[in-house]
Design a protein around this ligand. Sequence first.
Ligand code: SF4
Length: 345
Amino acid sequence: MSWFEKLSAVEALEDAPLDPELVREFERAAPRVAGRPIRFSTPTFKAYSSCDLEGCGKNSFPAFSVTAGGCALMCDHCQAKILEPMIPATSPETLERKVREMIATQELQGFLLSGGSTRRNEIRYERYYPVIERLKRDHPGLKVAIHSALLDAPRARSMADAGVDTAMMDVIGAQETIREVYHLERAVDDFESTLAALCATPMEVVPHIVIGLHYGRILGEPAALDIVSRQRIHSLVLVVIMPFYAKPGTFATPSTTDVGRIFIETRTRIAERQVLLGCARPPGMHRRVTDAYAVMAGLDGIAFPADGALGVAHAIGRPAAQEHACCSMKAGRTIKLHPRVEMKL
Ligand code: SF4
């Protein structure tokens, strides 16, 4: 039975507009994917419900913003909306108090530190480093992730010296996108040198590529994959542009076929490292199809999987597990979903 026929048994994809040619391409590459486990992550900084998986209900991996809702860049695709659900921590004292409270009362296992950018797409975290050092000293198992934005080698080293476990950054491969979408006067090379500086430290470096970042078109993604493939990253997170957050009428939604083709290209070019589908992607049927393609393309993890993703994994024989942590982190509780494998986390 072909994969396309097998998918007809997945109820959540009953009316899904799957691209038969693309599904055949995924199937042709099946030997590359066979037996490769997939993990479904349900971080807790967002409410989650799905027929297949349950949210964990505890605040075990929250996100904090060092600028609360403020951002000087106001990129066209985001307009600082990504910061809205984060917990404000505009002083080191606030961060320390909140983290210690949450460790005591909510089984906090780690956190993401983020914030709005300066006009140069930098975020000044230095005054938070003594807090991170103290928290890590008192709670060695605590996992700390940071959205690094752009930085140089000395600043990457001080981030690592503070005890940060994971550094994440968006990698942009097109100068037009940096200028027009981000309103930023920085070069593509600055993104590569930041990634190189982070990769020269002991931190786990997890770059993100936003598919459709140029107003919904595919433009800088192949160049961003070039950059990422040249560095010793820990893993790569792909997300899909969410026109919902953008200025009305400025962004198109990339087709699921375009997104699926980027998945194939990524899997081919980043074969040895983990490639994960992150939280952000358009909702509804688009998300179901995107997630089905991610499973078939052989991505290694999906955050907040849509209904049907688990069914697709079963249908094509991929072992699956659920974990409660940000998809870029290895903290969290693991629940085995498929009898054939025990996930190593
Ligand atoms: S993507 Fe980052 S820099 Fe751009 S508006 Fe959103 S928070 Fe600010």
